[in-house]
Ligand binder design. Sequence first.
Ligand SMILES: [Zn+2]
Length: 148
Amino acid sequence: MPALASWPGLARFLGSLRGTPAPRPRRRSRFTIPPELASEIRGSLDRWGALWSLPGLAEGVTVQFSSRFRSSLGSCSPRSGAIRISTAILQFAPEILEEVLCHEAAHAAVAQLHPGRVRPHGREWAELMRAAGYEPRVRFPIRLPRHP
Ligand SMILES: [Zn+2]
């Protein structure tokens, strides 16, 4: 198992959600990242940037949460560095969020390290995932709730 950073801010945030009814996802609502979670995300991006010899990685990407995903957990536009993560992920363990974030950040990193055409989940991407301590995988063994 990879060594996972602990995200106490996320754990506290998830704890604060327990007992409160889940807000109905609104179509155009934009999820605001709690400040503690934002700083943990930033910390992870800094760590991977150092690992991948891309110290500017954190400045080169934006991370947004969205309730509009249907079947995937996240996406990345490698050229713009725009990472979007499904809010559905917040009901799972923080490790899943961290791995999905790493997965998407690695796409952005590959675009910077290997400009030109490389396969999205090819060797270059897989190498970055392994360097971060993850077995590269594209599917996650979790079930997303069905949308009405
Ligand atoms: Zn991917």
